[in-house]
Design a protein around this ligand. Structure first.
Ligand code: PLP
Length: 361
């Protein structure tokens, strides 16, 4: 799909049944708790640009949730901003960001990292299940002419957790890749667009999947899982945080009304809300995936989080679309379904009923 799988402008208008949203978690709304918190923060005045009580509280929440007393958090407007500005602060202009060849940062962000990184390059690595492997990382290191100024120098390893294809790195895998990267002087970044789904599915602590595994900074990814209008960079490395302080301002990402971003994020992270929201998306996907298999459909792989890729005959796909199901075609005979915190079990069962009918017709 030329627009990338997370463009949500493909409208299905040919149904008399209520549409069921399975295109993208980007299509979901905001969590009611987040909306209520924004309204509650709309009292009186507060100093601009983050010098307010809500932003101070956000830092406390992040430090508590990630068990890291020096963690810093920087609200930005999108996942792309979080990734590209975070990476730019971690990579010199002559550096290279290494990532899986399918990663969102290399395939779907229009070169934002290279732009904010002053020309930093991106190198895609191979690896089964859309995961960077130790062998491919070592291979990239072996192929590098270290210290040769004719060549970009590997400077950051970026891992997408979970990947754009719904597979997950375990904390042990992140740890082993991060150890290799740190040994060669690279920093380690995570694109956490759906990190809540990964933490919820893995049952690990937020710290175990991030700094305890060697991650220096990551994108929090709140937008797909309940925030209204903000994402964030979370940073454990003070040198990166120092750069972000200036880089974000130059990029226009220091909002004067930061309190409304900060309150969204602190509400999202407080008392496990983000993980409960992600758990809904994951469990409704588990229900959908097992129903699809019961119907005899073949999944590309069992979903670890909230997305699944499924082989379906094109004629059946057309009937599924006509029944009001909203999903993406990924290519001939291949579709993607994504659940969100708003997906209900009743919707999943309704969707499975329509798919069963589309197969039978
Ligand atoms: C894995 C991944 N990373 C980053 C992003 C970028 O987020 P945004 O669309 O908010 O810029 C997306 C969006 O779909 C994504 O799927």
């Amino acid at each position: 799909m030329p627009n990338g799988p997370d463009r949500t402008d493909a409208v299905n208008d040919s149904t008399h049944l209520a549409p069921i949203e399975l295109r993208s978690d980007n299509a979901a709304g905001a969590a009611p708790e987040v909306l209520a918190a924004v309204a509650a923060a709309n009292v009186g005045s507060a100093l601009a640009y983050g010098d307010d009580a809500w932003t101070a509280a956000l830092h406390d929440v992040v430090r508590e949730v990630f068990e890291h007393p020096q963690a810093r958090v920087f609200p930005v407007i999108s996942g792309t901003a979080a990734n590209s500005l975070g990476l730019a602060a971690m990579c010199p202009p002559w550096g290279a960001v290494l990532c899986h060849e399918t990663a969102h940062i290399i395939q779907s962000e229009c070169g934002a990292t290279s732009m904010f990184g002053g020309g930093a390059t991106m190198r895609g690595l191979a690896g089964d299940d859309f995961l960077v492997s130790e062998e491919s990382l070592q291979g990239a290191f072996d192929a590098t002419r270290w210290g040769d100024n004719h060549h970009s120098q590997p400077s950051v390893l970026s891992l997408t957790v979970p990947t754009d294809f719904g597979t997950v790195y375990t904390p042990a895998h992140v740890s082993s890749l991060a150890a290799l990267a740190h040994e060669r002087g690279l920093r380690v970044h995570v694109d956490g667009a759906r990190i809540a789904n990964a933490i919820s599915a893995l049952g690990c602590s937020p710290a175990e999947l991030t700094w305890k595994a060697g991650v220096d900074a990551f994108s929090l990814g709140a937008m797909k899982n309940g925030s209204l209008s903000t994402d964030a960079i979370v940073c454990f490395d003070p040198a990166v945080a120092e750069q972000l302080h200036y880089r974000l301002k130059r990029a226009g990402h220091v909002a004067s009304k930061m309190r409304f971003q900060s309150v969204q994020l602190s509400t999202y992270l407080h008392d496990g809300l983000w993980l409960r929201l992600a758990a809904v998306a994951n469990t409704t996907m588990t229900r959908l995936a097992s129903g699809l298999m019961d119907l005899g459909l073949v999944l590309v792989s069992r979903p670890a989080v909230n997305m699944v890729f499924v082989h379906v005959d094109d004629a059946v796909i057309e009937r599924m679309e006509r029944s009001g199901l909203l999903f993406y075609r990924m290519g001939p005979g291949l579709v993607r379904f994504v659940t969100s915190f708003q997906t209900t079990e009743a919707e999943v069962d309704d969707a499975l009923g329509r798919i069963k009918q589309a197969i039978a017709d």
